[in-house]
Design a protein around this ligand. Structure first.
Ligand SMILES: [Zn+2]
Length: 84
C-alpha cells in the first residue's frame, strides 16, 4: 500500500497504525514523508468501504439457505443442470 504526502505528493512510509474499531476496518495511519526537502509527518485514515465479492463462507451459507427451501426433486433437478 502506498501513501502519498498531502504536502508534496511524494511517497510516505507508514510508521504506525492505530485501529479505531474491533473489526480493524478503520485505522489511523501515522506516516512520514520520504522527500528530504519535506519530511512532513501526518496521520491519514484507512477505511474499509465494501466487498466486491462476498467472503466464500457467506456465499456458501447463502447457497445452503436457498437449497434448503427447495424440495428434494428440485435440488436434484438443479444439480443435474449444474453438471450438464
Ligand atoms: Zn512531503
Amino acid at each position: 500500500m502506498i501513501v502519498h504526502c498531502p504536502n508534496c505528493q511524494q511517497k510516505a512510509i507508514i510508521t504506525s497504525r492505530n485501529n479505531m474499531n474491533e473489526e480493524k476496518t478503520v485505522a489511523d495511519l501515522y506516516c512520514s514523508c520520504t522527500n528530504k526537502d519535506c519530511f512532513a509527518t501526518f496521520v491519514t485514515t484507512l477505511g474499509f468501504k465494501h466487498y466486491l465479492n462476498p467472503p466464500r463462507q457467506t456465499t456458501m451459507q447463502l447457497a445452503v439457505n436457498l437449497l434448503s427451501n427447495l424440495s428434494k426433486d428440485e435440488r436434484l433437478e438443479l444439480l443435474k443442470g449444474a453438471i450438464d
